[in-house]
Design a protein around this ligand. Structure first.
Ligand SMILES: [Zn+2]
Length: 61
């Protein structure tokens, strides 16, 4: 009985970044004015700082 040795060097599936939902970028509503903090229709797309745009959750070493 020779068990089939299968190299399971499969890396763990990269966890999806919870901050950007795996998109690698975040969309935030642009607020104008510090006092009014009025939300405009403009939306600012910025690179996700948690995963730095990779869409993967940062490795916790
Ligand atoms: Zn992210």
């Amino acid at each position: 009985m020779a068990p089939r040795v299968r190299k399971t060097t499969k890396p763990r599936p990269a966890p999806t970044c919870p901050d950007c939902d795996g998109k690698g970028e975040t969309t935030e509503a642009v607020r104008v004015g510090s006092r009014k903090s009025r939300v405009t229709e403009h939306r600012q797309t910025a690179m996700c700082l948690s995963c730095l745009g990779t869409g993967e959750a940062p490795a916790t070493d």
